[in-house]
Structure formats: C-alpha cells, structure tokens
Design a protein around this ligand. Structure first.
Ligand code: AHM
Ligand code: MG
Length: 336
C-alpha cells in the first residue's frame, strides 16, 4: 500500500510533476471528491437518515427516482456551482443541462454525472456509486448549450467514480493511468491505496444479466454459450459469473481482478441502442478501463470514438479484459 498520500497531495504532485492538471481541474476534482464524501455519509445513514425509498417522481428516462438519486444530484450541484471551475453540468437525473448561475464566475469545464448509480440496490444495502466525467468547454463558446456537451468520450480530461460499499473508494483517471483512493473516515480524507491499476488481458469471469438471455442478439449468445461450456468447450476453461446490478460495483471488481462486463442491446426495446447511458456511464467507465489496459466497445466500435447526438443517449456496452472484449467484438463483426 502507498504511504498516506491524500487525494489533495496526489493532485498537487500530478499538477507539478506531470503538468497535466490545470488548477481549475484540480479544484474541480477536489470538489467532486468532497461531494462524494457527503453522499457517502447519506448512504451510510440509510434508514436512520430517512434516505431510503422512492421520491415519488420520474426522471427524463421515465425511471422512478429514489430519494438518494435526488439527494446525490443536489449535493453534486450545490458543491460544484460556486467554485468558478465549471461552466455547466449535466446529470442522468436532470432533463436538461444546468448552467452555472450568473452570480458565480464561469469556469472552463463541463461536468457530467450519474449521481447515484445502481439505484435498485439502495434499499437492499448493496454497493452503489457516483460516476463522473469531465469535458472542456469548447473554445469560444460563451452561452453554454446542450450541443457543447456532445463530445466523444476520447475528449474527456478526467473521469472517475466513487463506490459506496464496505469501503468508500474513489477511482480516478486524468489520462495518466488509474489511481484508487480509500476514504479514511477518521481523517475525513481520501488516501491513495492503489496506483497504476492494470487489468489482466484474459479472464474467467463474466458479468451479464442472464435473465435477458432470450432477448440477446446472436453474437452475445454465441459468446456466453462458449463460456458456459467451460473446459469442455472451445474456450478450454471454466468461467465464473457475477452480476451486482450496479455498474460501479461490477466495474470496480473488473478493475481489481479482471473480468468482462456486458450490457448489450437486446430485443426488449429494439429501437434503443442499449440500457446504459453513453455520457454518464459508458464514457467515464470506458476511459478508466482503457487506462488500465482493458478495452471497451459497443460490440462493433470503440465507445470513446462515438460522437453523441444527444445528452441522454444510450449505448450497448462490452468492457473489461482486452482479449475477451476483442472476442465479443469480433463475433459482432462476423455476424451475418
Ligand atoms: P441506474 O443508473 O438507474 O441505477 O441504472 C444503471 C444500472 C447499472 O448500474 C447496472 O449495470 C444496470 O443498471 C443493471 O440493470 P438490470 O437491473 O437490468 O440488471
Ligand atoms: Mg446509472
């Protein structure tokens, strides 16, 4: 374990030594981390804090909002709007973008987040998280509009998530590998616990919601069928399966010990490209995975190359250990 390096020190040193974290971005990341600490506290209180259950409203995607979805969204907005580092924010839980009010200075960055990912796990005390992505405001853009957010994931300048599990862990990339920080509750600060995270290229573990099997497309069925045949089949090895139904927790496991995660397009809603959101979930997670030596595609192309056409765009996701992602992608490209 690395010796007592706080997130603040890590960011200062990255700024000083590597020169790729401008001051505004450093402030932004510190503020996001502080907001995550606040969300972590609310999550930990659970029933004692009156934060469980539904809020009686729906988000733009027609999903029932939980109280914690709304609390986490408010915590992130309130923490970030006044610091002068942001021009605007976008959230999975808000219909349209949130431009920083005139009473505060406008910064150079755009922040996107899924404030509380894995909402179905809130009430059952299973890991959930916050996912975030940072883009630069386009040059010369003054009055920020939704179209300013529609940049490919390869343009991200920072991305990460915070998982609220047995430990609260913040995972971050600014384009120079992946670092993990564990929340020290006594100190109240995030401490560096893992640097230069790398995912093994091969794995024997897949994550997919098997209850959707009858709706899958042929390449996905082909891949999972092969895994299920185990050492008797073409893979010549046995596979294990995990599905937490919190993308943050599933991705965290993959960053920790490898694996492949799939939330593919399926025939339940053929007009939608997938369930997960490109800009709040797939882009930040794809960049983290690539930075750790893994791969991420929508089955056919690299997710980070997709140019979004709308803020709440959905996407099919295959990410994790490189050789497995390449295999699933090849199966899609071979599809007749
Ligand atoms: P949410 O952002 O509304 O919580 O939904 C996203 C979550 C992901 O975290 C997870 O991978 C997936 O939905 C689980 O979906 P399902 O319940 O269909 O298995
Ligand atoms: Mg989510």
């Amino acid at each position: 374990m690395t010796k007592n390096i706080s997130l603040t020190r890590y960011l200062v040193e990255q700024q000083r030594l590597q020169g790729h974290i401008p001051s505004q971005l450093r402030l932004l990341l510190e503020v996001v981390a502080r907001a995550c600490k606040g969300i972590s506290q609310a999550v930990n209180k659970g029933a004692l804090g009156g934060v469980l259950g539904t809020a009686g409203s729906e988000n733009v995607q027609g999903e029932v909002q939980k109280k914690l979805d709304i609390i986490a969204n408010e915590v992130l907005i309130e923490a970030n709007e006044w610091g002068g580092h942001l021009a605007a924010m976008a959230s999975e839980e808000m219909d349209s973008i949130y431009v920083v009010p005139n009473r505060y200075p406008q910064g150079e960055y755009l922040l996107l987040f899924d404030p509380l990912d894995g909402s179905s796990n809130i009430d059952v005390n299973v890991s959930i998280g916050t996912i975030f992505s940072v883009l630069k405001k386009p040059e010369g853009s003054t009055a920020i509009e939704e179209k300013d957010f529609l940049q490919a994931g390869s343009k991200q300048v920072a991305a990460g998530y915070c998982v609220y599990g047995p430990q609260t862990t913040l995972v971050l990339t600014v384009g120079d590998g992946v670092a993990m920080f564990t929340l020290d509750r006594e100190q109240g600060s995030f401490v560096l616990t893992e640097e230069h995270v790398q995912i093994p290229q091969d794995t024997q573990e897949f994550a997919i919601n098997m209850s959707n099997m009858r709706h899958w497309d042929e390449p996905v069925t082909r891949y999972i069928d092969e895994c299920l045949l185990g050492s008797d089949g073409p893979r010549g090895k046995n596979f294990n399966m995990r599905w937490i139904a919190s993308m943050v927790a599933d991705v965290h496991r993959i960053l920790t010990r490898g694996g492949v995660f799939l939330y593919p397009w399926d025939k339940r809603e053929p007009e939608k490209p997938g369930k997960l959101r490109l800009m709040y979930e797939a882009n930040p997670m794809s960049w983290l995975i690539e930075q750790a030596g893994g791969a991420s595609t929508n089955g056919r192309e690299r997710i980070l190359d997709i140019k979004p056409s709308k803020l709440h765009e959905r996407v099919s996701v295959v990410l994790g250990s490189k050789n497995e992602v390449e295999r699933v992608t090849r199966f899609h490209l071979e599809q007749k």
